[in-house]
Design a protein around this ligand. Sequence first.
Ligand SMILES: Cc1cc2nc3c(=O)[nH]c(=O)nc-3n(C[C@H](O)[C@H](O)[C@H](O)COP(=O)(O)O)c2cc1C
Length: 176
Amino acid sequence: MTKILAFGASNSSDSINKQLAKYASGLINNATVELLDLNDYEMPIYSKDREKKDGIPQLAHDFYNKIGGSDLVLISFAENNRSYTTAFKNILDWMSRINGKTFQEKPMLLLATSPGARGGGSVLETALKRMPFQGGVVKGSFSLPSFNENFDTEKGIISNKELNEQLVNIIHSIEL
Ligand SMILES: Cc1cc2nc3c(=O)[nH]c(=O)nc-3n(C[C@H](O)[C@H](O)[C@H](O)COP(=O)(O)O)c2cc1C
């Protein structure tokens, strides 16, 4: 069984990226899924001074260890001002102080969605460029545009057949 660690890179309680991460991870065969909520990993904003004074928070170690214990990291990125959310970036910054290769050579599937037509394309681009330098082995990526038109939140599935097929094909092409 493949152990998937999945999360929406957002702290919204009704995160559309958490919904997409949940749906996508459910498409992977022979897998167990742990879906994290970033709200459970809220820490003080990273600062060198805080690190010097108090060290790295236990929650950063906990998240880092979750990555270490997984076989695939699936992230769906929320886009704020074309970039990562503060909630995700803060966790990333703290974890990067444990190990710059934060993703520990784990295979990764990178997704993004937003209500807009670009579907979080900018933050996804940023992540795709960055993850290889941060110890992530990117196996595939997918952006879901116009979330409200293309995702059925009641059923928790992508309602647009073509886009759903694209995601299914990407997932089936991943060799773990
Ligand atoms: C401060 C802020 C900045 C945003 N910037 C962008 C953006 O640059 N591009 C975009 O597509 N959506 C942007 N949005 C809209 C988000 O994509 C939308 O709120 C989405 O639901 C966030 O994902 P989440 O539900 O997983 O938290 C922004 C929203 C906020 C609150």
